[in-house]
Design a protein around this ligand. Structure first.
Ligand code: SAM
Ligand code: SF4
Ligand code: SF4
Length: 380
């Protein structure tokens, strides 16, 4: 596609402290010309015949936690330079882009971060996005991933604004383990209270638990019991090698099969079919009818062939993979006066050229490329 410009070559030299999460990680996108404009038809397909169905929108790179596997304190400290507010996409810009993505087939939008509840007046954005409809007139599935620390304060307003559901991250029920993992001493009781607030506001809640060997695998059973009692779906996630700052090691990954076995020994499980093609979690139900769990096995059982996700960064770059090092600069188009048709054409060209499948190729020699983006920047 002629409007996809070549990769910008050289990353800037970084000190140890400044992690190359953003700069030099941008791919410019040329403004499509009048003759190139293609209308959205709701069915894009990439080079591996994968449709575009999900959009994850990162709203901030800031967070009030310092989870050791995501934002290690030694790097994300007082001197760390977070993105200035003027660089962030405005709610209007996000909504305009989201509308174009929905016209291209996106059915599900997930708001994430950093901690998305740190973004001021989030219900206004939710209200704007909740009005979007798919080309055949359905409302979109609008979800939020949060650490739930501020959910008590915001849940009712978010539900009222049109949020459909919440995924709350909770890695342990044991207060000591939880405080150690968030590394700011945040008490688990306040997160549980945030989750209760979401339930009281009528929002279905799923729980994300990242499992790290030697850190919280002993919390799997208590978490499973807690979620079954409360009616939450527990999704256990393999610790991933996202970014460059968390010092990830393969021996810290608890394989999803092991997580399932730990639960199955005490509470027998039966596998479930996926809800839809492209579903990331493998699902299991409790044989006694107490609910279901899911595992996200991105390290041990890669699912790239079904990956229908695009990711929009805080400052409007489109990333085609969680492990990408570069994103396509849609903000320049937005702020450079692009029409909706031009935005739509650019997105179609970018998705059409996509061939990313990092997890399937993980571990192959010669794959050490430029630094990958951080989880707290792109939002998982
Ligand atoms: N702050 C919010 C939260 O924690 O839910 C949203 C952003 S956070 C980056 C999104 C999800 O990514 C969380 O569920 C978090 O546990 C998960 N995550 C972060 N780093 C991870 C890693 N290295 N491997 C697996 N999951 C990770
Ligand atoms: Fe913050 Fe979420 Fe990362 Fe934890 S996982 S540091 S809560 S962005
Ligand atoms: Fe999708 Fe990239 Fe994850 Fe594969 S590695 S499933 S392409 S985000």
């Amino acid at each position: 596609m002629s409007w996809l410009l070549p990769v910008q070559a050289t990353p800037t030299k970084m000190s140890q402290r400044f992690v190359p999460v953003i700069d030099a990680r941008v791919r410019p996108v040329a403004m499509p010309q009048a003759g190139q404009v293609l209308p959205a038809q709701g069915q894009l397909s990439d080079r591996l015949q994968r449709p575009l169905r999900d959009l994850r929108v990162s709203l901030t790179d800031r967070c009030n936690f310092r989870c050791t596997y995501c934002m290690p304190k030694e790097v994300f400290d007082r001197e760390y330079r977070f993105m200035p507010h003027s660089d962030l996409l405005s709610f209007e810009e996000i909504t305009r882009l989201a509308r174009v993505f929905v016209a291209h087939g996106v059915e599900k939008i997930r708001l994430t971060g950093g901690e998305p509840l740190l973004r001021k007046d989030l219900p206004s954005l939710v209200r704007m996005l909740a009005e979007l409809t798919t080309p055949d007139g359905r409302s979109i599935d609008l979800a939020l991933t949060t650490n739930a620390s501020l959910l008590r304060r915001h849940a009712a307003a978010l539900a009222e604004a049109g949020l459909k559901r919440v995924t709350a991250s909770l890695d342990a029920l044991d207060d000591d383990v939880f405080r150690r993992m968030n590394d700011v001493g945040f008490p688990v009781a306040a997160v549980l209270d945030g989750i209760d607030a979401a339930v009281q506001a009528g929002l279905p809640v799923k729980i994300n638990m990242v499992v790290q060997r030697g850190v919280n695998e002993h919390q799997i059973l208590p978490m499973a019991r807690f979620c079954a009692e409360r009616g939450h779906i527990l999704r256990m996630i393999e610790y991933m090698d996202v970014g460059t700052t968390n010092g990830w090691r393969l021996d810290e990954v608890v394989p999803a099969a092991e997580m399932v076995a730990i639960i199955n020994r005490e509470i027998p499980l039966t596998p479930l079919e996926p809800n839809y093609s492209g579903e990331v979690a493998r699902r299991w139900r409790y044989r006694d009818g107490a609910g279901e769990i899911g595992v996200v096995a991105s390290v041990t059982q890669a699912f790239c062939r079904d990956c229908t996700r695009a990711r929009l960064s805080i400052e409007g770059r489109l990333f085609l993979c969680l492990f990408a090092s570069q994103g396509f600069d849609l903000r320049s188009l937005l702020r450079g006066g692009a029409t909706d048709e031009q935005l739509s054409t650019a997105i179609a060209g970018i998705w059409g050229a996509r061939a990313d499948r990092y997890s399937e190729l993980r571990g192959q020699s010669g794959r050490e490329g430029p630094a990958k983006i951080e989880m707290s920047y792109i939002g998982g």
